[in-house]
Design a protein around this ligand. Structure first.
Ligand code: HEM
Ligand code: HEM
Length: 197
């Protein structure tokens, strides 16, 4: 079978460079783009509901954790038999436990698209892995706080857990700012080659 040779035609309105913004530039010609890669990059961004779920559960975890710390370390009333547990403390832990369960669903929901797509184009990987590692450590130490009955190790696990937890907002903001900056850089068309001869 004889294959026809490709015919290369030069069209009148072909865009000469990415900076060629003449109104008719590019009209009538086929744009060749790396479409699958562009689609992958687009789908890393979260929709408004998904973003709200990530920010909402993270805020609930951090706020309930911080209120618990304040109640426990600064507002415990002293009673006849030593410091008394503040009546709001157990409520904060209940709220925190509920937020932790929601958090596991919400963070888990990022794995199949957000994390997988970002990983496949190697974008924001270092801060992404950092964030996933912190979340995993919080989950493991949270589990140990809930189920470990050992009173000797509990204070260390507790301190490790909340110190990591307090770092979450800064780490998340850093992750988002750097991921968006990276996405903007990748979306900027390259400078046209200049002939300095
Ligand atoms: C617990 C894990 C993670 C959480 C909670 C998280 C959360 C977020 C959030 C809320 C945003 C801003 C969303 C937006 O701009 O629409 C974001 C952006 C981003 N994240 Fe993650 N992420 C996680 C893991 C990862 C990992 C592991 C990677 C890389 C392998 C990654 C790569 C990115 C990139 C590239 C952006 C910028 C998206 C863009 O604006 O195009 N993330 N992340
Ligand atoms: C993936 C994220 C997180 C998970 C899965 C998680 C889970 C848990 C669990 C299961 C507990 C034990 C609750 C109980 O004993 O009834 C706990 C306690 C606690 N968490 Fe978190 N947590 C997370 C994030 C955070 C964050 C961001 C903070 C921020 C400060 C935090 C601060 C605390 C504090 C102060 C306690 C009480 C410690 C104690 O009882 O000695 N956690 N967490």
């Amino acid at each position: 079978m004889v294959h026809p040779l490709p015919v290369i035609t030069r069209k009148k309105n072909v865009r000469e460079s990415p900076r060629d913004w003449r109104p008719d530039a590019g009209r009538g010609c086929v744009m060749v783009t790396n479409a699958p890669a562009a689609r992958r990059a687009d789908s890393i961004r979260l929709g408004p509901w998904h973003q709200g779920a990530v920010y909402g559960t993270t805020a609930a975890l951090v706020v309930s954790g911080i209120i618990w710390l304040v109640l426990h370390y600064f507002l415990a009333a002293s009673g006849e038999y030593g410091p008394q547990v503040h009546p709001l403390e157990p409520w904060m832990l209940r709220l925190h436990g509920a937020a932790a369960m929601a958090g596991l669903i919400v963070y888990g929901s990022l794995l199949p698209v957000h994390v997988r797509r970002a990983w496949s184009i190697r974008r924001n990987v270092v801060l992404g892995i950092g964030l996933v590692s912190v979340m995993l450590l919080l989950t493991v130490t949270g589990y140990l706080l809930y189920y470990s009955g050992d009173e000797n190790t509990r204070p260390f696990i507790s301190a490790g857990h909340w110190i990591l937890g307090l770092a979450v907002p800064a780490l998340l903001v850093w992750h988002i700012v750097s991921g968006r900056a990276r996405a903007r850089i990748d979306a900027t068309p390259p400078e046209p080659m200049r002939n300095h001869a």
